[in-house]
Design a protein around this ligand. Structure first.
Ligand code: DGL
Length: 295
């Protein structure tokens, strides 16, 4: 009699999403609204947040390390929810793998071009995103007649992390950042950071009804959902077409904080969050190797 090996159905291939931390959950929320059957594996690099104040070299290296971790799940697609990583590391991430890697810039640019009537577009984001000029380049490639005004808004991320969403201090900071951009007569404002959708009502109040706010995460989620619809085979495992979708969250530090604050970003409880091993970041060991090599 031949022994039968138990068959455990493999889960559907997930969409992998990463961000410097918790903010990418705004994109996940929008994706689940549009494609609720999607399995998602999410990595938030909470140990090394923020990315927005780091150098290009550091942002690229950290982004590649996030990608390497997520490839272990054999994702059908990788979504770079972080605007800073999308602005700086996307070409390196695309070169590094043999599967689709989607950043947030293209979908946001398409939406901004659709929205603007007077061809004057504002862009706000972290210091690194604005320094990179990534949004400006892409916008001008598509439409050279645009007038662009950009501004780094570094205080918005800590205000959101602190939960100061509908808060007078946040409103005052928003005026400080946005009034000079609004004075240039923009009619469209790209919210080029994962955290800014949570400030939408404050930003809309400051910007007024004539300015369209572009939510980069929601626009990208719509693009990802379209791609998934167009190629359903990519995410369904051939031997387990009916397997249930799953959500897995991983972080590089303090999962409890991610769990508590994550609900605000995702709009529902996250469930357990897994802390990943940090043993693959031996920077001191690399330095020792280099010293040995040079001796
Ligand atoms: N996730 C980042 C972004 O969208 C904001 C937080 C950070 O600076 O790491 O640019």
């Amino acid at each position: 009699m031949t022994e039968r090996t138990p068959v455990t159905a493999p889960a559907p291939r997930p969409v992998a999403v990463f961000d410097s931390g918790i903010g990418g959950l705004t994109l996940v929320k929008a994706l689940l609204e549009r494609a609720p059957d999607t399995s998602i594996v999410y990595f938030g690099d909470t140990a090394r947040l923020p990315y927005g104040s780091k150098s290009d070299a550091t942002i690229e290296r950290q982004s590649l390390e996030c990608l390497r971790f997520l490839l272990g799940f054999d994702p059908a697609m990788v979504v770079v929810a972080c605007n800073t990583a999308s602005s700086i590391a996307l070409p390196a991430l695309v070169r590094a793998v043999d599967r689709p890697v989607v950043g947030v810039i293209d979908a946001a640019v398409t939406a901004a071009l659709r929205a603007t009537r007077n061809r004057r577009v504002g862009i706000i984001g972290t210091a690194a995103t604005i320094r990179s000029g990534g949004y400006e380049r892409r916008l001008l490639e598509q439409a050279a007649d645009l007038t662009l005004v950009s501004r780094a808004c570094p205080l918005f991320v800590p205000l959101v992390e602190e939960g100061w969403i509908d808060h007078d201090v946040t409103r005052q900071v928003a005026h400080e950042y946005l009034d000079p951009i609004l004075a240039q007569g923009i009619d469209t404002l790209i919210l080029g950071c994962t955290h800014y959708p949570l400030l939408k009502s404050v930003l809309a109040g400051v910007a007024g009804p004539d300015v369209t706010l572009i939510d980069t995460g929601a626009e990208t989620a719509a693009e990802v959902a379209d791609r998934l619809r167009a190629s359903p085979d990519a995410t369904s495992h051939p031997r387990a077409p009916a397997a249930a979708p799953s959500l897995h969250f991983f972080v590089s530090d303090v999962p409890s904080r991610f769990e508590d604050n994550g609900a605000r970003f995702l709009g529902r409880p996250l469930g357990p969050v897994t802390l990943v091993e940090q043993s693959d970041v031996p920077w001191y060991a690399r330095r020792l190797d280099a010293t040995k090599g040079g001796a």
